[in-house]
Design a protein around this ligand. Structure first.
Ligand code: AMP
Length: 209
């Protein structure tokens, strides 16, 4: 099963990708997680990406394509993968098609999670990430400010500040949203309503795979 998750920031792509990856035993690749980890480690890639990520802009395509190229060649994706945060624009999508064609693969489904912007702004404002187990949660679900799953410390992402959220939504509108039409024309897009509980959304996705 080879899946791409689409949707605005805060639509729930990461949360749902984690669940589906566990359910099917396939790797979950989040380009945002990779970039944040490189930034934290202070690597060359992290230094190149930092300014873009923290201001809500897309990092240059070449940087992301290098990451994906390595991943596509890896043995771990034999049974499939779930892509979260890539592709982010039409140029990346076209490069991706070439890459997977070259490796005799194809995409099965592109899952587009649909949520309205008021909901997204609300969710991102209260979103927290566990530094220990990486669980994505919200401040309302935390237990005394700690992760409800492992008790780890919760942090707010640098780009979950209100002014950066607005920029990320602009970038989504201009560059990422056109991918919906792109994949619809290829006959592999499914639209999933992202409202309701996490479990309800997972159920809707599983019914459409
Ligand atoms: P995310 O965790 O998917 O919301 O991504 C966080 C940030 O990482 C984005 O706002 C971009 O700065 C950067 N990023 C992640 N994926 C990509 C991508 N495919 N292309 C360009 N920039 C990306």
């Amino acid at each position: 099963m080879r899946i791409v998750m689409l949707g605005a920031p805060g639509a729930g792509k990461g949360t749902q990708a984690t669940k589906i990856s566990k359910k099917f035993g396939i790797p979950h690749i989040s380009t945002g997680d990779i970039l944040r980890s490189e930034i934290n480690k202070g690597t060359e890639m992290g230094l190149k990406a930092k300014e873009y990520v923290e201001s809500g802009k897309l990092v240059p395509d070449e940087l992301i394509i290098d990451i994906i190229e390595d991943f596509i060649k890896d043995d771990s994706i034999k049974e499939g993968f779930i892509m979260d945060g890539f592709p982010r624009n039409i140029a990346q999508a076209k490069k991706f098609i070439k890459m997977i064609d070259k490796n005799d693969l194809s995409l099965d489904k592109v899952v587009n999670i649909v949520v309205d912007y008021d909901e997204v702004i609300k969710r991102l404002g209260s979103r927290r990430i566990c530094v220990q187990c990486r669980k994505i949660t919200s401040i309302d679900e935390s237990q005394d400010g700690r992760c409800p799953e492992c008790g780890g410390k919760l942090v707010k992402r640098e780009d979950d500040r209100e002014e950066v959220i607005r920029e990320r939504l602009n970038v989504y509108e201009e560059q990422t949203r056109p991918l919906i039409e792109y994949y619809k024309n290829r006959g592999i897009l499914v639209n999933i309503q992202g409202n309701g509980t996490e479990e309800e959304v997972t159920e809707r996705i599983l019914n459409n795979l």
